[in-house]
Design a protein around this ligand. Sequence first.
Ligand code: PMP
Length: 415
Amino acid sequence: VRNRFAAANPGSRAAHDTASAVMPGGNTRTTLFYPPFPLTMAGAEGCRLTDLDGHTYVDLLGDYTAGLYGHSNHIIRKAVESALDGGWNLGAHGEREARLAAVLCARFPSLDLVRFTNSGTEANLLALATATTRTGRGTILVFEGGYHGAVLTFAGGGSPVNVPHRFVVGHYNDLDAAAALADEHAADLAAILVEPVLGAGGCVPATRAFLELLRRKATETGAVLVFDEVMTSRMSGGGMQELLGITPDLTTLGKYAGGGMSFGAFGGRRELMSMYDPRRPGAVPHAGTFNNNVFSMTAGYVGLTELFPPQVSEALFARGERLRTRLGELSTELRWTGVGSMMTVHFQREPIASARDMRPTPELNELFHLDMLHRGFHLARRGMIALSLEVGDAECDAFVEAVAGFLTDHGCHLA
Ligand code: PMP
């Protein structure tokens, strides 16, 4: 499959060679790389991507959830174009940031007050800084397989570029272990940081009981409960917190919520967030040249209000559930985990409740990924899918058929 891929994509190979002369591995976002070289895209429209060699793909990756609105959405494009008439990089307050903030605070139960950043990574860093500053403590409880940003990754033993907080790493969905860790570190516990669904870590949903336990332990110990909803905010009008009725102290957002522009946000309870109120004596500064940039503030607002009202989030959720059910019925050799429009394929029969339940299968992941590209479907090397609003019934039907074709051709490799 690798040879077939290389032979079919001379344009992408040449582009990668050119890029490799000036960027390590020709890459500036690690997750986009795969051997022998990644495809270089030339254009995109709706749910379709076109590469340098002229192949067209159905985009099922949806930029790891950031691409909710599909490609080149004309409503977002028009809004951003007309916003440009008022100038950009104003170096001053504009009205757009307050408009977007009002929508987010109205939709997400935990948000009394919110502030903007340029990425989900930054949003999580600021949420943790808020917790450590307000509590005067330093320990952060996170979970194996959790991904909270470029310098906050807890898969496979963490990352050497992680920020040097005192992290304690628990097992996802293990209630007894999480309770024990929270009790053991109670006196210094500043925050519990958790994804309501492990995203990059394999689309594994937390059980309601697990999140309820974390809520209870945070309250008991005086720690700040942070829900990282950078990916999961799409699950309803107000994210997983609304769906489950469990309210964290702080929430972080990112990805599609900026309408496809660079974006992050953190917010929550008034008494926590008011530490950033510059009118207050002893206020803590929160800086960022592009925090209220016109592009993200405009695209985020238009996206949420015109393209993704709560009823659309419900329809997308249902579409994802239907697709995952159909894929799951194809074969017991593949396990499709996920919630709503986010899902990941695993090449194992055993159920998955946490990172330690996942069997590493890099060869099968590569085989599946390259085979799907060959059949015209773009998804993540690790097998992740995040449906955009542009993916319709026809694309879902075709994908189910493509996976069935994969099983017919390669089923023998799976057992
Ligand atoms: N949290 C989660 C759950 C994420 O999935 C991501 C990005 N994949 C981030 C935080 C970081 O966001 P960004 O890439 O915008 O820094």
